[in-house]
Design a protein around this ligand. Structure first.
Ligand code: NA7
Length: 293
């Protein structure tokens, strides 16, 4: 089914996702705060809207993919915001990881306009986005999920569906809390090993033969070795996800001491100028600390 889609936010993840929607034959209109990021899509036949409101007007489906809850408010609110365009029965899908509070609050604001909200945080890197191999956690009313499904299938390998947007947001935060603990534990152990003369590839080789093996360690171990920290998933975004997990934990009365430590580590890396680097660069923080003794 060919949908008229409005897509807001063409960053690292949003651009390839929107591009796959175009390739799947949907009628695509895009908007990005920095319009030049739409050049490729526009050169291939996508249309460029002048505001989020214009982008969201008269669409079968509106999707957005922006940094966090603040960016989400920036594209939704105000006279030129996307919310102002929503009409009875419209569907807004948020692909951002904006947290549980945002999922609840946006769901309320969208339903106040008679429209329906689906929180749909994505799992996977830019490469997975380019290859339409993302994993999506889709949370919202069944009829809204049904409307969104052809578009979501076009950009993903697998969908996990739940009824509640807040639960979809929480599921994603839980997965990334585990990922954050894995990558920081990995970086710390690499530095410990290196301090005792164990090269990174050797440690990764043994780790991968153990029952703790993971594609994450293989991928990130190679990046650490090559010092290639171009962002597949940036330290700043990882820190944001830990912050949102802490916020959710506080609301639910759950204790997340490990998460607090992981967040502090990402924050230290960001403060030392590594915020825009890939999470693999967390190892460099431990290498620097090990060097100082
Ligand atoms: P990026 O590459 O940092 O892209 C962020 C996008 O959000 C990009 O389009 C930004 O526009 C947009 N943005 C950020 N702040 C604003 C404000 N204030 N107003 C409007 N638009 C804004 O992030 P990713 O694509 O890697 O990740 C997106 C989400 O998916 C994030 O939640 C991840 O955790 C998962 P810009 O191009 O800078 O003008």
């Amino acid at each position: 089914m060919r949908l008229r889609i409005g897509f807001l936010g063409l960053g690292t993840m949003g651009e390839p996702i929107a591009n796959n929607l175009r390739k799947a034959g949907h009628d695509l209109t895009v908007w990005n705060r920095t319009p030049s990021k739409a050049d490729h899509i526009v050169s291939k036949g996508g249309k460029l809207a002048r505001s989020p409101r214009e982008c969201a007007t008269g669409r079968d489906l509106v999707l957005c993919c922006v940094t966090d809850e603040r960016a989400l408010d920036a594209v939704l609110e105000g006279p030129d915001g996307a919310l102002a365009a929503l009409r009875e029965g419209d569907v807004l899908v948020d692909l951002s990881t904006a947290g549980v509070r945002a999922a609840r609050s946006v769901a309320e604001r969208v339903s106040a306009r008679g429209a329906r909200f689906v929180a749909c945080p994505v799992l996977g890197s830019r490469t997975a986005a380019e290859q339409a191999q993302l994993v999506l956690v889709v949370g919202g009313p069944a009829a809204a999920r049904e409307r969104a499904r052809p578009a979501l299938h076009a950009v993903s390998a697998r969908l996990f569906e739940v009824d509640d947007p807040a639960q979809a947001a929480l599921l994603k935060l839980c997965v990334n809390a585990i990922g954050g603990a894995m990558i920081t534990g990995f970086g710390e152990a690499l530095a410990l090993g290196r301090a005792g003369g164990i090269p990174v590839p050797r440690l990764v080789e043994v780790l991968q033969a153990s029952s703790f093996h993971s594609p994450l360690y293989l991928m990130k171990g190679e990046l650490v070795e090559r010092k290639d920290f171009a962002p597949r998933f940036s330290i700043a975004l990882a820190e944001k996800d830990q912050r949102l997990a802490q916020e959710a934990a506080a609301d639910l009365g759950a204790k997340v001491p490990l998460n607090e430590t992981v967040r502090r580590l990402f924050a230290s890396a960001a403060e030392s100028g590594r915020g825009d680097e890939d999470i693999a660069a967390i190892a460099e923080l431990f290498f620097e600390w090990a060097g100082k003794k």
